[in-house]
Design a protein around this ligand. Structure first.
Ligand code: MG
Length: 377
């Protein structure tokens, strides 16, 4: 069924640790393919279309949304998986699910919700992604959540504090014992990085918040930019930008593949359990990690902290805070199914956080207007 031979250390669906609720094995697909399909068909996945990372959803149709970001992550991860003979279906499932728990308005939304939840166990988007696939999606007749395999859930839980890990059973062990997840999970994590660094450069330039002159100070960008300039003199700036980012993506992918191949050769894991006991094997070379790091720093200071982005982030925090407090003070304002769940005072905050985290950017803004503007219903 597989288009290529999996390496001995790859995750195999036939050897999966399985699902929490027993189900008959799928007939026409593997366990990891079923996971991927369930993720694509779930409501939280569709909402990614109207959630953003840096820009707010209404700012322009060409900017990445969390949906297109997740597709780019899956594409990059699958490409590397094939070269490393890792399980492309698992890596795809993890990539498509990795952002399901994100709040509206990117990191500003996450930080604001976390602050609101300070006395109630906090809010962390990574754990929320797990909560979405384990509990919040309610579509199957006999269980809550999507009942995904252990390996997919292991990959979704990218990081986790020791305190929280202690309450997560088998999934939390690696954070307490300093272990690693599957190579597929390690790969999805770095594919995420490759995707966002490059699309944020592209979106940042398109928005006009950062400029090519600024980016030329970053060696990694400058090198590829000049290479394009020399190879294709006279092409439009739009094409130059695309030719540069595609070269940067390519360079990152090639480096990741080679350096990971070397790490795997050295550690010589003979199965997935060896992988879990080894150090991180999917990694950029030191030189590339530095180059990518410089670009990340650049984006952090010049794009994510741009005053226009700060203004939107400030509004986002205000919206999240006011929504949280209005529902906490009066849960009768919640729509009926959320109200029923938030009725019990002891876990009201968690249900309110679930409701808010599930909102898209535009839904959160609409809900804000409905609750705080007299003329809006
Ligand atoms: Mg991501």
């Amino acid at each position: 069924m597989n288009p290529y031979q999996l390496a001995p250390y790859a995750a195999k669906s036939s050897e999966s640790r399985g699902r929490v609720y027993d189900e008959p094995a799928p007939v026409t697909r593997t366990a990891f393919q079923r996971d991927r399909d369930r993720i694509i068909h779930c409501g939280a996945f569709r909402r990614l279309e109207y959630k953003t990372q840096v820009f707010v959803n209404h700012e322009g149709d060409l900017f990445r949304t969390r949906l297109t970001h997740s597709l780019e992550v899956a594409q990059i991860a699958r490409a590397v998986a094939r070269n490393l003979q890792l399980n492309g279906d698992l890596v795809e499932a993890i990539s498509l699910a990795h952002d399901l728990g994100h709040t509206p308005f990117g990191h500003a939304g996450q930080d604001a919700l976390d602050a609101c939840m300070k006395d109630y166990g906090g809010f962390e988007h990574n754990l929320q992604s797990l909560r979405v696939v384990e509990q919040l999606e309610q579509r199957y007749g006999t269980f809550d959540g999507l009942n995904l395999t252990f390996e997919t859930r292991e990959g979704i839980l990218k990081h986790c504090s020791e305190d929280r890990a202690a309450g997560l059973g088998e999934l939390g062990y690696r954070f307490l014992e300093n272990g690693q997840p599957s190579l597929e999970a390690q790969l999805a994590n770095l594919a995420d990085e490759i995707a966002y660094i490059n699309h944020d450069v592209d979106d940042g330039l398109r928005s006009g918040l950062i400029s090519i002159a600024q980016l030329q100070e970053i060696a990694f960008f400058a090198r590829h930019w000049h290479e394009v300039q020399a190879a294709m003199p006279g092409i439009s700036e739009r094409r130059m930008i695309y030719e540069t980012t595609r070269r940067m993506i390519s360079a990152l992918i090639v480096d990741l593949t080679r350096s990971s191949q070397e790490n795997i050769r050295e550690a010589a894991p003979s199965n997935i359990e060896d992988v879990r006991r080894a150090s991180q094997l999917i990694a950029f070379s030191e030189g590339m990690a530095e180059e990518a790091g410089a670009l990340k720093q650049f984006l952090f200071h010049n794009l994510y902290r741009h005053y226009q982005v700060n203004r939107m982030s400030s509004k986002a925090r205000l919206i999240i805070r006011r929504l949280f407090h209005v529902f906490m003070d009066d849960p009768t304002l919640l729509p009926p199914d959320h109200r029923a769940q938030a009725g019990r005072e002891d876990d009201r905050a968690r249900h309110v956080a679930d409701y808010i985290a599930g909102m898209t950017d535009r839904y959160a803004m609409r809900e804000y207007r409905r609750l705080f503007e007299v003329e809006e219903v």
